[in-house]
Design a protein around this ligand. Sequence first.
Ligand code: FES
Length: 67
Amino acid sequence: MPNAPSDEPRRITVRRRGPMLVEGPVEIELEDGSTVSSDRFRVALCTCRRSRRYPWCDTSHRARSRE
Ligand code: FES
């Protein structure tokens, strides 16, 4: 079972502007009590709340306009 006390600590990388990177697999409980999961090696969690795929980052945090 993942996250047993003997497992290695799970690394989470926090960035000032951008997603939070979490080593997978992960299971995330959302505000409404539902859960989503991913078996990926690393997942990017949206911290800006602009993602259309929330809680996953879809790169919407990046500037959309270009000059
Ligand atoms: S952090 Fe990337 S879309 Fe929100």
